[in-house]
Write a protein that binds this ligand. Structure first.
Ligand code: 2P0
Length: 330
């Protein structure tokens, strides 16, 4: 039995569209920050007595239909490892309930790590990054800690992530504003497909990302948080312009999202250098220098309950260990 722990990540330069749906080759590069506070631990054991994969998430057993995406991923691992046994998978998501941050990124990164090791494969981090990508695009980046770049590549071999700065030596911090929603959401997968197929702005988005990737990497080398934040905020807005400009148009924002965006801008007017980014849901994440943490929290507390604000520093890359011997495998 093998266990892997992988942290989720939030993109500062977004991945929004695939070139190849099956291999999950993205249209553009992307860049993210791995978060310390949110992670998934997953145990996998291949068991010859099983007649189907048994998948539990947070101690709840999934139906075979709900486990389909996990089973399809395990098929990939079995095929590569030359194994035929079904697997028992126990996964725990360490994310606040109803946070809307429960991410496929940490889930598929942890599954890739635990399943490949349990199947007897010894993959290095680049190989793991490629494998995790087959489960979910954003999982490609969750193999590494800190600031991570996903090279879009052009095929299975060339599309993987690598760290830009794995151990941050400057005070970039992120705060998640938990905005709950009961509305059924459009999955990232559906949303990005609609944007690629129908947004007239999609070609411009590719150019935006190419420019932003260069600019943000230069700003990271300078440890320039206001420039990193500014680029991330503009990039997020332009990604969300791809949702509004699809046919039919859609949006992940709700009124609270707009309130949070306005609050961040108001803080900035008062001289606090903080910037927002949003993903495929209504929650807003704020980035700033950790020295401004208390001022950011105080400012946002005028609009949101303190319990809705969760601070996270940068997190580490994947860890994998043998559950019996506790031997660290990666
Ligand atoms: C990202 N997001 O770069 C982008 C930006 C949200 C907005 O959730 O279809 O769940 O499994 O590859 O990785 C990316 O969507 O989609 C995502 P699939 P994924 O983090």
């Amino acid at each position: 039995m093998t266990t892997a722990k992988a942290h989720t990540n939030i993109a500062l330069i977004k991945y929004w569209g695939k070139k190849d749906q099956q291999l999950i080759i993205p249209q553009t590069d992307s860049l993210s920050l791995t978060l310390n506070e949110f992670y998934t631990t997953t145990q996998v054991v291949f068991d010859p007595t099983l007649t189907t994969d048994q998948v539990s998430i947070n101690h709840h057993r999934l139906t075979p239909a709900a486990a389909q995406r996990t089973s399809a991923f395990l098929d990939l691992v079995r095929q590569r490892a030359g194994r035929t046994e079904f697997a028992r998978v126990n996964s725990i998501n360490h994310v606040p309930t109803a946070a809307g941050l429960a991410s496929s990124a940490s889930a598929f990164a942890a599954l890739a790590g635990a399943a490949s090791a349990a199947a007897g494969m010894q993959l290095n981090r680049r190989e793991l990054s490629r494998l995790a990508r087959r489960g979910s695009g954003s999982a490609t980046r969750s193999i590494y800690g800190g600031l991570v770049e996903w090279h879009r590549g052009h095929d299975d071999h060339s599309s993987y992530a690598e760290p830009v700065m794995e151990k941050l030596d400057f005070g970039l911090e992120m705060l998640a504003i938990m905005i709950n929603t009961k509305k059924k959401k459009i999955t990232s997968r559906q949303g990005m497909q609609a944007s690629v197929a129908t947004s007239p702005y999609y070609a411009s988005w590719r150019q935006v990302v190419a420019n932003d990737m260069q600019a943000i990497k230069a700003a990271i080398q300078q440890r320039d948080i206001p420039t990193i934040g500014h680029i991330a905020e503009e990039n997020a807005l332009r990604m969300h312009a791809l949702t509004l400009s699809a046919d039919p148009g859609y949006s992940y924002f709700n009124s609270q999202t707009l309130t949070a965006m306005r609050a961040v801008r108001a803080l900035r007017k008062r001289g606090i250098k903080c910037y927002y980014t949003m993903d495929a849901g209504p929650n807003v994440k704020v980035i700033y220098d950790h020295r401004d943490r208390e001022r950011v929290i105080a400012g946002l507390s005028q609009y949101f309950d303190r319990s809705q604000l969760i601070v996270s520093a940068a997190g580490p890359g994947i860890q994998i260990w043998d559950e019996k011997t506790k031997k660290v495998l990666l």
